[in-house]
Design a protein around this ligand. Structure first.
Ligand code: NAG
Length: 483
């Protein structure tokens, strides 16, 4: 009896020793080590996704590095995205990460910056990859475990303890939980960067009442509780975090997205025409572009079910009808739609049906896949941008509109969500619509009255002067004690 007790006690204490020895090392402030120089800021940035496709997290990294902080950015490289399958089903993968179709490497400024190191998360071992449906379900849990384990190792052991951990949300599972635990163990300050809510994206597909959605909401609410601070993309989102998530113990800072540096207005008329004439999508309209008989309209999409593209197609058909009959003075439209995604084929069929039915006589619709720089230039050269982004939570904002403003391009966009006015000032730099009819009337009004479009263009150009640093330095820079 006594022997058994001693043996159990022995094993328990050994286990405890192992756990204590294996605990991740803690962050110890410089001053606690008797070093009185100005504290060097260290931060980890976690992106549970493709680093290259997360401009905002890259900007955070660049801003911290520019002020002399040291950053470790943790995430996947473009071609490893199969990892999102942890919830099962291809549909959910696409839903969580519409950007899954746009692979890319981290920005060269990141990889070449001496103050930033990239810590890649390992992709699934090939053995967990399968096309067999039954095996897929069986291997699902293994993938989850693999991801949890690799994330844990990375956060707790592969990286040195840092003063801050900035985690992107969503995706929230399992990153939010693991980050909270690691931060607790390492005495690291957790900062959550809210781009949206994981549960509201899930609810788009499953409905608000679905148990997974309810659990996911509870999970986000629970694990955000211990954070040191929160950033979020809109004031409306800050309000929800405060009122509905009940965050009161830690500060919440709205930090609006700003365009990357390569988005800028193209002011020279000749340069605009030349660039448009050189694009394969518009080169057939060279003469019309030169004499202004055709206007270029741009939209970008990831062709997923959360953007109803038929609204734009409908509006263009209506425009074509009006421009052919009632108001022949209206210019033609060349609509260039960029992006890749699952529903592209379906919409291409719809477009070609309408063309064959003669419904698009004054409109040409082209789809394109452009390099980052060409896309930025196209935005700078076009006449009007269109956004069909519908917000899952009502409080996130479309990055494409931010980029359009960066290029000085006025925007008409779907405006039936709460945060829209935080981005677009009606009649100053853009206009909102809630139906194909409304969109048509904006198109006829703006293309029929160049002076009205010019007012919006001036507004958008003014908007393009607002950049990330101005947004970041006074808020995040101060919080991290970098400025
Ligand atoms: C890196 O940090 C140093 C200060 O430690 C700073 O002077 C330098 O400008 C930073 N470099 C970059 C590329 O941000």
């Amino acid at each position: 009896m006594i022997e058994q007790a001693i043996s159990i006690a022995f094993w328990l204490s050994s286990l405890l020793t192992v756990i204590i020895v294996a605990l991740p090392s803690q962050y110890i402030p410089q001053s606690a080590r008797g070093d009185n120089r100005k504290e060097k800021v260290t931060a980890q940035i976690l992106v549970l996704g493709d680093i290259g496709r997360s401009p905002r997290m890259q900007y955070h990294a660049l801003s911290i590095a520019r002020h002399g902080g040291h950053v470790e950015i943790i995430g996947y490289h473009g071609k490893q995205l199969a990892v999102f399958s942890f919830l099962g089903g291809r549909d959910i993968i696409t839903m969580l990460t519409p950007a899954v179709f746009l692979e890319s490497d981290p920005h060269p400024e990141i990889t070449s910056n001496a103050n930033i190191s990239v810590v890649p998360l390992p992709p699934h071992p090939a053995i967990l990859q399968t096309n067999n449906k039954f095996l897929f379900l069986a291997l699902g849990p293994l993938k989850v475990l693999f991801q949890i384990a690799s994330l844990w190792l990375c956060l707790a052991y592969r990286t040195r303890p840092a003063k801050y951990l900035l985690v992107q949300n969503p995706p929230s599972i399992p990153s939010l939980a693991l980050s909270s635990i690691v931060c607790y163990l390492r005495q690291t300050r957790l900062i959550i960067d809210w781009h949206n809510f994981g549960y509201s994206i899930l609810a788009l597909k499953l409905g608000n009442q679905h148990p997974l959605v309810v659990i996911s909401r509870w999970y986000e609410k629970f694990f955000c509780g211990g954070a040191f601070a929160h950033f979020c993309v809109t004031n409306a989102m800050a309000r929800i975090l405060k009122d509905e998530f009940g965050i009161t113990g830690s500060p919440i800072f709205p930090l609006h997205d700003r365009p990357a540096r390569h988005f800028k207005p193209v002011l020279d008329e000749e340069e605009r025409t030349q660039f448009l004439q050189s694009l394969p999508e518009s080169t057939a309209h060279g003469a019309e572009l030169a004499n202004g008989d055709i206007r270029v309209l741009v939209s970008s999409t990831s062709w997923t079910s959360d953007e109803d593209f038929s609204v734009l197609i409908d509006a263009l058909c209506r425009y074509s009808k009006i421009a052919s009959a009632e108001n022949p003075a209206l210019p033609k439209i060349l609509a260039i739609i960029t992006g890749k995604g699952p529903q592209k084929e379906m919409y291409l069929n719809e477009i070609s049906n309408r063309e064959h039915a003669g419904k698009l006589q004054k409109v040409t619709i082209k789809t394109a896949w452009l390099s980052t720089l060409d896309y930025a230039k196209l935005l700078g050269c076009a006449s009007l941008g269109v956004s069909l982004h519908t917000s899952s939570s009502g409080v996130d904002l479309p990055m494409k509109v931010v980029d359009m403003f960066g290029a000085g391009l006025p925007v008409v966009g779907w405006n039936r969500f709460e945060a829209w006015p935080e981005l677009v000032t009606e009649g100053t730099n853009g206009r909102g619509f809630g139906s194909a009819e409304e969109l048509t009337s904006h198109l006829t009004d703006l293309f029929g009255n160049p002076a009205k479009l010019e007012i919006l263009r001036k507004g958008a150009q003014k908007e393009s002067l607002r950049r990330w640093d101005q947004e970041w330095d006074p808020v995040a820079g101060r919080l991290l004690q970098l400025v």
